[in-house]
Design a protein around this ligand. Sequence first.
Ligand code: PXG
Length: 464
Amino acid sequence: MTAAPSLTQTEHWQHQGADHMLHPFGDSGAIGREGARIITRAEGVMLWDSEGNEYLDAFAGLWCVNLGYGRQELVDAASKQMSQLPYYNLFFKSATPPAVELAGALAEIAPKHINHTFFTNSGSEANDTVLRMVRRYWDLQGKPEKKTIIGRHNGYHGSTVAGASLGGMSPMHAQGDLPIPGIAHIRQPYWYGEGGDLSPDEFGLLAARALEEKILELGPETVGAFIAEPIQGAGGVIIPPKTYWPEIERIVKRYDLLLVVDEVICGFGRTGEWFGSDYYGLTPDLMPIAKGLSSGYLPIGGVMVADRVAEVFKISGGEFNHGFTYSGHPVCAAVALENVRILREEGIVDRVREETAPYLQAQLQTLADHPLVGEVRGVGMLGAVELVQDKASRRRYPEEGRVGTLCRDYALAEGLVLRATGDTMLMSPPLVIKPAEIDELVAKTRRALDQTLAQLQKEYPAGA
Ligand code: PXG
């Protein structure tokens, strides 16, 4: 009898995962059959899997590893705090040094009118907190009927019940009877996909005015807030035309809504400013944050609260019946504080704005001449490359999403991690990526585009 061949370490992990783990946003059955890629190590902008393959992580994990991998200072901050006080909470009149110091540091970097933070463990929890805060705020203002929050189709605000409801992802809504009541959605400012013959500026105004129409349809006395990402991330790095945000701000003021600007992706230097709100000159009332707050080294998020809202909570609010065991967890807060210190002291946000982002954007634009590419767009360290069958009409290949997945898989084989949303390739590299690494990112993307095109040309011969 021959002995069963022993499993390699990789196969062992793949089998364990297949047998015992369900994946977020994944088909666990299919992943289990194929075998997950097991990532074991990272440094700077590079990742390695358990087979020793190397990848340039053009996606910073999930839009979050702003400082890049392997920063020993963050490890030391966690270790020191773990030894001193691994856990205590912010309930029952308690606080911890890292939590209050982080709140102070955040007030220094946020827009001037924002000086308070309510801590959570993730962006989703931040947006659940937003829903509670908006409703509590209007209760305290004597307007409890101002309950409805308006979000946008194809916006992303997380995967908890409130987060997924505020977001406008129809595949998420379809699973679980969402959105919950009291949430409405308007169109997104996606000029390339939906602008037709309008100029970007005309379309920006049209998309913003959908907010006014929705408020009037619902009755202004019932609408409490509007929530949006400065630039949609998961939805496809959708950069609103320049007319969009000023018109939104006008409408929000006119109908006395709270403006919630979801900074989970755009915050902490991603746009070349500290916050997307700085990039667009916005005055948010609530600002959910997460991801780049700790560069993803530990889970932490929060809602930053404008003075006019914080005052209402502090002066007339009494007890706010909301919070999490790990709100402001001291180890996570210590790591976030160190992350913010490094971003500031190393001038990383300025460097993105002045050097790295202009270089990334210029290099990405060199892909625009590729036959598969309909549009290249980006801001700061965010980029998107739209793949189409016909550039002039912006027509996509049949089976939307397949070409994006094909290109993503070719990129992986080239040693590059990109994300595909439908047939749009997305990038969001660590802010510390160097020019030579940007060159590699763009060269590998081009090779993945070439291979995708070669495959498509076999399937769709010219003239067919
Ligand atoms: N708001 C925004 C704008 C986000 O992008 C969340 C809230 C929720 O954060 P948490 O920490 O609960 O995940 C996010 C998260 C993707 C992808 O594939 C995007 C996110 C999360 C996971 C995957 O693009 N964004």
